[in-house]
Design a protein. Structure first.
Length: 570
């Protein structure tokens, strides 16, 4: 093992040499207060940056045990430190030569507090995984600049962001307490008969569709008296807010009054949020899945028969496959896939739904007879989902009052504030009857069981046994195949996509055998992640993995166009 002095000497000696000479740096170096590992050295200054790791003893970092002894607090502390490291690293010059020369970077977190591999806080050690663009001019090593980065700038970043005595202890406590409170609130939902909770005073509007920070001067949320409940948490005490009950909840209101804003906050409530986000005390059942239409997606062996039957040319719907789904078939498949992934709450917005899947009014029934319409609309199955499968639905619907009959709870949004209007809406439904004929039958139906075949997943590309590429939130490449994730709205970080890509390969190697069902595979992977951490997905000590749910892994696998499944009747 080298030390700080030997690393500086080595870097100065490499000055002006060909870039490949940087490979000699791989190894460990003992700095005065921490150990630096150079795990991977990039091939040229334009390639992906080099991967490094810091091991800082807790004896040096001095974080109080209260900050890391429980799982959620350790996750929150690591999240806090990742943000500190990221912010400080951005203050140093990022261009010190050609290509990516001089970049010091770590995973850049979203507004959510997630388990990540970027920083881990353990009883004896704080571990940091980050990237450095080793500097060069052209393809000649810039040794003096490299020495400045690794021997001077890096220790300064570590000193200012990873030592408890140099950080704001109140901010750390607030970060940990906020995450712990949110976890506690979410754990109370089922016992209270709720699927979501929005605290009074929450700030739901976001700055824009591409900026998830709270909108400045937005209106604070105020719960309607008829839906106000009180939950307790260890640090915030009693918290009042709107409880959305299990069953079928309809969110109505005029355009631009906050219907979709409320639903987006609910869909984000599966995650804990940082202090100041505005949604710190907005929590949702952890299995909730956003459902939408997705024209053109592939479907493999999904039993969409609860919604779609007697297709032209006699195509089977209990094991439906297509490479180019319509809006209605894609939405039907997404619901069945969510049920398969054990979602207990469905979140649906009319703005992103197929109209012919959501409603079929009396006039259309009169014109097009049921035996000529393959689609059974969602309005006729939503009640069965709850009654037969105990799956709740939260639905934004501003365009059809037909759903008044099916809803258990109806919330009207006006100027971003909710009002409970169930009784009034039911009275209107009684006065103005739709006279439409129910088309859903007596039961939802029991979907068939799917079993993934291993040969339908091939991560190889050319001579590479595993080739994974992530292109932002919306796409990953597995071998030669691209997976479009743009409609999977609850993925919020690129590091989640990176982890999902690794998890598909992990599942194919360890759990997919043609015999296990889809949920058995999903929850086996989730159990391994819980037991062994995210590193079980990739042994290369990657610092760019973030936690995801079984439901998002399912969504990625289901959008794999090469997917092959066997379908069995339950």
């Amino acid at each position: 093992m080298g030390d700080l002095t030997s690393l500086r000497q080595q870097l100065n000696a490499l000055d002006g040499k060909g870039y490949k000479a940087y490979k000699a740096l791989q190894g460990s170096y003992q700095f005065p207060q921490f150990e630096l590992e150079i795990n991977y050295v990039q091939g040229d200054p334009f390639a992906a940056p080099s991967r490094l790791r810091i091991l800082l003893p807790q004896a040096q970092a001095e974080f109080p045990p209260d900050c890391w002894r429980s799982g959620i607090r350790a996750i929150a502390l690591a999240d806090f430190l990742t943000r500190q490291f990221d912010n400080k690293a951005r203050q140093f010059p990022s261009q010190r030569g050609s290509g990516k020369s001089g970049q010091i970077s770590i995973s850049s977190p979203s507004q959510a507090i997630l388990p990540r591999t970027a920083i881990r806080v353990m009883a004896n050690t704080v571990e940091v995984r980050f990237r450095v663009g080793l500097p060069a001019f052209g393809r000649r090593i810039a040794g003096q600049q490299a020495a400045q980065i690794l021997c001077d700038d890096l220790p300064a970043i570590v000193q200012q962001t990873l030592f408890y005595r140099h950080l704001d202890p109140q901010a750390i406590q607030q970060h940990c307490n906020t995450a712990e409170d949110a976890d506690c609130l979410r754990q109370q939902l089922v016992d209270r008969g709720l699927v979501a909770f929005i605290a009074d005073g929450a700030m739901l509007p976001r700055r824009s569709g591409i900026d998830d920070r709270p909108m400045p001067e937005g209106l604070a949320f105020e719960s309607p008296p008829d839906l106000r409940v009180s939950l307790s948490c260890p640090h915030g005490g009693q918290i009042t807010g709107m409880g959305i009950p299990q069953g079928i909840t309809l969110i109505v209101g005029g355009g631009y009054h906050g219907k979709s804003t409320l639903l987006r906050a609910i869909e984000a409530g599966i995650y804990n949020h940082i202090p100041g986000d505005g949604r710190e005390q907005v929590v949702t059942d952890g299995s909730a899945v956003k459902i939408r239409a997705e024209d053109g997606r592939s479907i493999a062996g999904v039993d969409i028969s609860p919604f779609i039957n007697h297709l032209p040319q006699g195509r089977s719907t209990p094991a439906f496959s297509t490479a180019n789904a319509s809006g209605s078939t894609s939405q039907a498949a997404s619901i069945i896939e969510a049920v398969e992934a054990q979602a207990k709450v469905l979140l649906v917005d009319e703005d992103t739904s197929a109209t012919n899947f959501m409603i079929r009014d009396r006039r259309m029934q009169a014109l097009i007879a049921k035996d000529r319409e393959p689609i059974t609309p969602f309005i006729d199955k939503v009640g069965q989902l709850h009654r037969d499968l105990d799956i709740s639905t939260v639905l934004v619907m501003g365009g059809s009052g037909d759903y008044f009959d099916a809803a258990d709870c109806i919330i009207a949004m006006e100027n971003y504030q909710p009002q409970e209007v169930t009784a009034r809406a039911k009275a209107i439904a009684a006065e103005y009857k739709t006279d439409r004929d129910p088309e859903g039958g007596e039961q939802f139906g029991q979907p068939y069981s799917r079993h993934i075949q291993p040969d339908g997943i091939d991560p190889s590309r050319g001579k590479r046994e595993v080739s994974l590429k992530v292109r932002g939130l919306n796409q990953l490449s597995l071998g030669y195949e691209d997976i479009d994730l743009s409609a999977v709205e609850q993925i919020i970080e690129t590091d989640q996509v990176q982890a999902i890509a690794a998890a598909i390969v992990y599942a194919q190697r360890h759990w997919i055998d043609g015999q296990r069902s889809v949920p058995e595979v999903l929850f086996a992977v989730a159990a391994d992640m819980e037991r062994y951490g995210l590193d079980c997905l990739d042994a290369r000590l990657q610092g760019n993995l973030a936690w995801f749910r079984p439901q998002e892994l399912a969504a990625a696998i289901n959008r794999l166009r090469s997917l092959v499944v066997n379908v069995k009747h339950v």
